[in-house]
Design a protein around this ligand. Structure first.
Ligand code: NI
Length: 173
């Protein structure tokens, strides 16, 4: 058993969350270890998705597990992922480990097809609908420096930002 470390999740408005992440070009043992650490960090934070910028690493890497350890096949590590096809619409509530306590309805595609590399650099495709589609879009957004609150109306986004400021002022953020 190898021991991996848990990384702290950074919160909005940390600058790393707002900038596009760098493409991964080296597929070595270090990358595989880092992906394991991302899964550990995600589970420790009780999340079903985590993007590398959320642990202060500006690289195009994300991990997802929509069933949170229930079904092994749900465990996804996506390197340099891109949405190559999308269809339909869904509006559901979303949250984000970098925006604790904030939950808002976000409009997303109902189905997406994503192309990504695995830890060995091999390309593969994954398709998802419902929760998985939402997780894929949410996490890939992170790699572009986009948060779910960026999809809200200006009015709603303003309300959320004011709520965060209040939480910060009270030392609860
Ligand atoms: Ni998020």
């Amino acid at each position: 058993m190898s021991k991996t470390s848990i990384h702290q999740v950074v919160k909005y408005p940390e600058a790393v969350l707002a900038r596009p992440a760098d493409t991964v070009t080296v597929f070595d043992k270090e990358l595989a270890t880092f992906v394991d650490e991302m899964f550990d960090s995600m589970y420790a934070a009780q999340g079903i998705g985590l993007a590398a910028p959320q642990i202060n690493v500006s690289k195009r890497i994300t991990v997802i597990d929509v069933s949170f350890k229930e079904r092994p096949e749900d465990k996804l590590a996506l390197i340099n992922p891109e949405i190559v096809d999308r269809e339909g619409k869904q509006v559901e509530e979303e949250g984000c480990l970098s925006l604790p306590e904030i939950r808002e309805k976000v409009r997303r595609a109902a189905w997406v097809k994503v192309r990504a590399q695995n830890v060995h650099g091999e390309w593969f495709e994954v398709e998802g609908e419902e929760l998985l589609a939402r997780a894929l879009q949410h996490e890939i957004d992170h790699l572009h420096g986009i948060l779910f609150i960026d999809h809200l109306s200006p009015l709603k986004r303003d309300l959320v930002k004011r709520r965060i400021k209040k939480l910060q002022k009270n030392g609860e953020w």
